[in-house]
Structures are given as structure tokens and as C-alpha cells.
Ligand binder design. Structure first.
Ligand SMILES: [Zn+2]
Length: 415
């Protein structure tokens, strides 16, 4: 057995590696106001991601998620009609514009929009942060294939076929509970995949159903990605991917960006009603926000950090009391998260695995709960014996290789 260096040595070693390798997080959510408002991401807002946190954590590049939610057909029979598509398109449009403005005006001295892997490396070498864009949900495309090229021109470098709920392109993983609409990818979805291949946008299968994902792997002429998913082998929920899916993804030459999302990483038992009620009372007494919904985890942590020390001690005491009275399952930690990376690497090899947080979209685990804690991931990888070359691949080398390959395939297809 290999003997590992002492802890402080290990941290120093990890810090040096972390500084040398390019680190890319493929999924971070945002609200346009946080990029373009008076208070924006140049400041340390109460969000998991912002530029000060990114700089503190040594994160070099990120994909801003051009996320568009959707009303489901079951709730709204007009969900897949032109007027709803137009509303979705408007939301996506505003997000594209916000990232453009942030990177070209508001924070142009610190962060720059990257359109390919070479851009990411050049921007990084110039000492700036690199921003890319991924569209989370093909819903805003509506039924207009031409919008794929438009999104490409606006900067999109991956597009997730679905979010939660089936759309016009494919079935979502939520069909395991709700039933199926297409039995995989729709005819329009197959056309969109070809169009994504043609322009050089990575096809993202996170949130898609297993059938849709497997069909996408077969249809795509370029490698595909899962921009933010975890492993079903370790936490058996529909949002995660099973081994058969991962092997199909590998066959395309693609990559799974393992996501640090508490409830995907660790399938814990839900809190009992008594525990829930006791926690809610404690939160109210200490003026802390409800810990649900996008970004709330960070806001909770932010509020905790802001408590005066005596209040904080009082709150911790109260929590310990609740834990004794109504024990709950411990939340997911960095170790639980890296277990998923380990498992994926054992199954697929080092060339098909990467890293994502889903910060401000519900992501975060104890130990990597905002962008300022990004070094902790590298420390845990070093602790587990990963070499610098392997860590470089996990932290972005693989993803950038796939982006290069997808753009090379596009050039061939355009000929
Ligand atoms: Zn998502």
C-alpha cells in the first residue's frame, strides 16, 4: 500500500496542483439581475458563485447555465404551444444577453467569454476567468431548428435536450414517475441532435430519460456529455445515470461531469415531520432562511456566517439538541461526492469523467458548498492518490477535449 504524505504536506501539494491545472465547472445557475444589476457578481453576493468566490477558490472557467424551466403539459395543456415557446425563448434570450454584458462590459477586466477550448486556455494564460454558456433545456428552441444556429452564434456550447418534464424534443427522467410521451427522443429531437452536431454544440443528456439518453448516444455523430449528473450505482434516483448509460456515453467519446448535488450524491432518508418542524422553529428563532430551492443553501450558509459568534454558538447548541431528539440523516459531504467520481473512473477510465457543482441551482455538498471552496475538491482527489495528470483531466482536460472534438466533427459536417 502507498503511504500518503502528512496532511499539511498533502494540502500544499494539492494547492500547487490546483494552481497549475485548468479548473472548469460545467454547470452554474444564475439570475440575470445578479450579472447586470447594481449589485452583481463582481461583489460577494449571497450566492454560491460570484467572482470573489471564484477567485478565492481558484476556479478558472465555468459554464453559465442558460436555464429555462417549463410548465409541464400535465399542468398546462398549452405548454408545448407557440406562445409558451416564445415565453421560454425570451427567458433564454435575456440570459444570453446578461452573460454577454457581464463579460464584455461589467466585468470585462476579470472575465471573458470563451467560444472554444483554445479561448479558455488563452484567457486563462492572460490571468482572467473564462465564461462559457450551456443551454439547460431545449424547450426555448420551440419548433424552430434555425434557433440551434442562433444559439450557437450567441455562445451556446452545450444544450440539454430536456429539463424536468417532457418537452418537444425528448422524454425527461421525470417520466419514471409520470409516464412517457415519446419513448425517448421525438422526431424533432432527432433533427435537433443532427443540427447540434452540425454547428458544434455539445449534446447534453443530463435530465433526459434513460431511453432518450441511449437514443441520443446512438444518434449523435459527435461525443455527448452529461453536464451535471451523478451515478445511479451509488444513489438510485431517476435523475442519475446507470452503468449501462455511462458505458454508452463513453462509447461516443463523451464525458460525465459528476455533480456535487446533495440529494443526487447521497440518497438519504428524508427528515421526519418532527425533525422538520423543530428545524423550522430554530430557523425562525435565528432569522435564517428556508433551506429549499435554488441558491438557498448558500443563503443559509451566508446568514450563518453573518451571525454574531454568541448567536452562532447558541444556534449550534440548538441544532445539537434537535439532532439528539430527532436524529436525521447526515447531509452529503465532499467524500460522498468524490465516491461518485471514483466509481465513474473505475467504470469508464480517467478520460470520461469531469466535475460540476450546480451552484445556485440547488448544488453543493458539505466541503464544496460555494465556489470559494473549490480547492477542497483537489485536496480530496490528491488524498485519494490521483496524479496531477489525472486531476488535470478530471478538472477540465476531458471536457475541453470533447468540445474540441465536437467542433471538429461540425467542421466536417459543414463541408
Ligand atoms: Zn439541472
Amino acid at each position: 500500500m502507498q503511504t500518503l504524505p502528512a496532511d499539511d504536506q498533502l494540502v500544499e501539494q494539492a494547492r500547487a496542483i490546483h494552481e497549475r491545472v485548468l479548473t472548469v465547472d460545467t454547470h452554474i445557475d444564475f439570475a440575470p439581475a445578479d450579472l447586470t444589476g447594481e449589485r452583481n457578481y463582481t461583489q460577494r453576493l449571497e450566492t454560491q458563485f460570484n467572482l470573489p468566490n471564484m477567485i478565492d477558490g481558484g476556479l478558472d472557467a465555468l459554464f453559465f447555465s442558460i436555464y429555462v424551466g417549463q410548465t409541464r403539459e400535465a399542468q398546462n395543456p398549452d405548454a408545448l404551444k407557440p406562445a409558451a415557446y416564445e415565453r421560454a425563448y425570451k427567458i433564454a434570450s435575456d440570459k444570453f444577453d446578461a452573460v454577454r454584458r457581464f463579460t464584455s462590459e461589467i466585468a470585462a477586466d476579470k472575465i471573458e467569454l470563451a467560444l472554444n477550448a483554445a479561448d479558455v486556455r488563452r484567457i486563462n494564460a492572460q490571468g482572467k476567468k473564462a465564461a462559457l454558456m450551456g443551454v439547460e433545456n431545449g424547450y426555448p428552441l420551440g419548433e424552430e431548428i434555425a434557433r440551434v444556429k442562433e444559439f450557437y452564434d450567441r455562445g451556446a456550447r452545450y444544450l440539454s435536450l430536456t429539463h424536468n418534464g417532457h418537452n418537444q424534443l425528448a422524454d425527461s427522467h421525470t417520466g419514471e414517475r409520470d409516464g412517457w410521451k415519446w419513448q425517448g427522443v421525438s422526431p424533432l429531437g432527432a433533427q435537433v441532435i443532427a443540427e447540434l452536431n452540425r454547428w458544434g454544440i455539445m449534446v447534453d443528456v443530463s435530465h433526459a430519460s434513460k431511453q432518450a439518453m441511449m437514443q441520443t448516444a446512438a444518434l449523435s455523430r459527435a461525443p455527448i456529455i452529461a453536464s451535471h449528473s451523478a451515478l445511479r450505482a451509488l444513489c438510485d434516483i431517476s435523475r442519475n445515470m446507470d452503468n449501462e448509460q455511462l458505458l454508452a456515453l463513453k462509447k461516443t467519446g463523451g464525458v460525465i461531469q459528476v455533480v456535487a448535488y446533495d440529494s443526487f450524491v447521497k440518497c438519504g432518508k428524508p427528515d421526519s415531520p418532527e425533525r422538520k418542524a423543530a428545524l423550522a422553529v430554530a430557523r425562525r428563532d435565528f432569522n435564517l432562511p428556508e433551506p429549499t430551492g435554488p441558491g438557498q443553501r448558500a443563503r443559509h450558509q451566508f446568514a450563518l456566517k453573518a451571525l454574531p459568534l454568541d448567536k452562532r454558538r447558541e444556534y449550534d447548541k440548538k441544532l445539537a439538541e434537535i439532532d439528539r431528539q430527532y436524529p436525521g440523516d447526515a447531509p452529503a459531504t465532499l467524500k460522498d461526492f468524490v465516491d461518485h467520481i471514483d466509481h465513474a473512473v473505475k467504470l469508464l477510465g480517467i478520460d470520461h469523467v469531469g466535475i460540476s457543482s450546480d451552484f445556485d441551482g440547488g448544488g453543493g455538498v458539505i466541503g464544496w458548498n460555494d465556489a470559494s471552496e473549490t480547492l477542497n475538491v483537489t485536496i480530496e482527489l490528491v488524498r485519494r492518490g490521483y496524479t496531477e495528470a489525472q486531476i488535470e483531466k478530471l478538472w477540465g482536460g476531458n471536457l475541453l477535449r470533447v468540445l474540441d472534438e465536437v467542433q471538429r466533427v461540425a467542421q466536417d459536417l459543414q463541408k
